[in-house]
Write a protein that binds this ligand. Sequence first.
Ligand SMILES: CC(C)(COP(=O)(O)OP(=O)(O)OC[C@H]1O[C@@H](n2cnc3c(N)ncnc32)[C@H](O)[C@@H]1OP(=O)(O)O)[C@@H](O)C(=O)NCCC(=O)NCCS
Length: 166
Amino acid sequence: MALAADLGGAPTRLLPMTRHHIEAVAAIEQVSQTHPWSRRMFEDCLDAGYSGWVLEAEGPAVVAFAVNSLAMDDAHLLNLAVAPTARRGGLARRLLDHVLTQARAAEAQRVLLEVRESNGAAVGLYADAGFRLLARRRGYYPAAGGRREDALVMVCALADGVGGGA
Ligand SMILES: CC(C)(COP(=O)(O)OP(=O)(O)OC[C@H]1O[C@@H](n2cnc3c(N)ncnc32)[C@H](O)[C@@H]1OP(=O)(O)O)[C@@H](O)C(=O)NCCC(=O)NCCS
């Protein structure tokens, strides 16, 4: 399936993710991650009641997505990616802001996520949005050549005095 072309500032619509979007979402995931989620994993998230969001450009074509879960006081950002040709246009930041707004509305105390240590773009995105390092999970992710890579656990506190950080 063709991925969205360069948006050149064209408008995008923010929509709840449905099963109808999963083929396009999985195509973005496939070219965005070294160990991508399968279509089934996205379906399972929707079936489990997790929140999924897409940004859709004219076409319509999905150009970005996010998946997050809410349990007790914590929201957990599980996945987020932007189609390669649509990057550096503020789409990830827009999705992330929406996830944070939704978490606040649900009265979550903090948003947590794991990110590969080597993923400078994502670490920069999250740090820029107010996330701080909480912990490191050694060897959490599979990596090339049978190796493992550490995950950085990052947290964004939504309420005063909550969340911690380093
Ligand atoms: C990480 C990713 C989601 C960023 O998407 P994006 O739409 O290009 O990001 P934005 O344009 O919203 O950028 C917001 C901020 O993130 C940071 N950032 C984004 N891409 C970056 C890059 N390549 N290098 C360094 N910082 C980057 C910057 O702080 C940027 O702010 P700025 O443009 O004012 O400098 C995108 O590169 C992607 O889909 N990567 C593959 C999937 C992935 O790694 N997902 C995260 C899994 S935890």
